[in-house]
Design a binder for this molecule. Structure first.
Ligand code: NAD
Length: 282
């Protein structure tokens, strides 16, 4: 399938990052969110990010402007009817995503592929809310999307070979690397990452060590690029808690449940970088 136009649902940190990489790679991008102010926020974060690439000499000003000109922001799903592939990157909530997928099925053109950037939710279940389960697939980009090379690809039970092949080709064209996972809660990346973040939060909660020493331990003793508490702030503490709950349910073990401290911080609206307050202040 020849893909030229990409729809993106959700213009938060992941949606805007996904929109950015496709626009830079020469695709027309239609980015959707529920409110015009959120779409504008997404567009301005893309512009800021592209300007940083220009300042570092990694992108020319003309290429930045061309990428921005390929990007359209919308608030109606109907505007996505020209898209060949729609990537959903809305909040990590199964009911919300089910509603989005069934609406997308109605508005997307026949044959368009519907992908989800979900971190943990079942692709097969999302696919079942559409009349095109063969063209539904998981495409799990990593944060920050413009810098991270890996993309997890998750086939639902009914995803067909043509869809999987189209997505593989597209990931290669973006210069990214495909990692395959079965459709199991948390896939591969979060199956390994979330228990580590969870243990870091428990270590803080149980006063094993301080925030700074827990993070420094993983950076200086284990050579991680950043500590797990800083990483949790970057992912979003609400997103981490949702993923842990999905993994606890999906894998049938309380072991994966969010620690009390995380649940409490989310209830207080401390969601990490996006609200400027989390384990750190921003
Ligand atoms: N944050 C990460 O590090 C990360 C990494 C990989 C995947 N993900 C996944 O990406 C998805 C988005 O995460 P995020 O970090 O960008 O969250 P975010 O909170 O930054 O953005 C979510 C966006 O979705 C929008 N939204 C909510 N309901 C919507 C609807 N009905 N229609 C359209 N837009 C809607 C919100 O307005 C918001 O702008 C989640 O599924 C998450 O699990 C996140």
């Amino acid at each position: 399938m020849n893909i030229t136009t990409i729809g993106v649902i959700g213009s938060g940190q992941m949606g805007s990052g996904i929109a950015q990489v496709f626009a830079v790679a020469g695709y027309n991008v239609i980015m959707h969110d529920v409110e015009a102010s959120r779409v504008e926020k997404g567009k301005s974060s893309i512009e800021k990010s592209l300007t940083k690439f220009v300042e570092k000499g990694k992108l020319s000003p003309a290429d930045r402007d061309a990428a921005m000109s390929r990007l359209t922001g919308v608030t109606s799903l109907e505007s996505l009817k020209t898209a060949d592939l729609i990537i959903e990157a809305a909040t990590e909530d199964l009911n919300l995503k089910l509603k989005i997928f069934s609406a997308l099925d109605e508005f997307a053109k026949p044959g368009a592929i519907l992908a989800s950037n979900t971190s943990s939710l079942p692709i097969t279940t999302l696919a079942q809310s559409t009349n095109r389960p063969e063209q539904v697939i998981g495409m799990h980009f990593m944060n920050p999307v413009p810098l991270m090379k890996g993309v997890e690809v998750i086939r639902g039970i009914q995803t067909d070979d043509a869809t999987a092949q189209t997505i593989s080709t597209l990931i290669a064209k973006l210069g990214k690397s495909e990692v395959r996972s079965r459709d199991v809660a948390g896939f591969v990346a979060n199956r390994i990452l979330m228990p580590m973040i969870r243990e870091a939060i428990l270590a803080l909660e149980q006063q094993v060590s301080s925030r700074d020493h827990i993070d420094r331990c993983m950076v200086d003793c284990c050579n991680f690029p950043l500590g797990p508490l800083a990483l949790a702030d970057m992912i979003g503490l609400d997103t981490c808690a949702s993923i842990m709950n999905v993994m606890a349910d999906g894998l049938g073990s309380e072991y994966y449940k969010p620690p009390k401290l995380l649940t409490q911080m989310v209830a207080e609206g401390k969601l990490g970088k996006k609200t400027k307050k989390g384990f750190y202040d921003y």
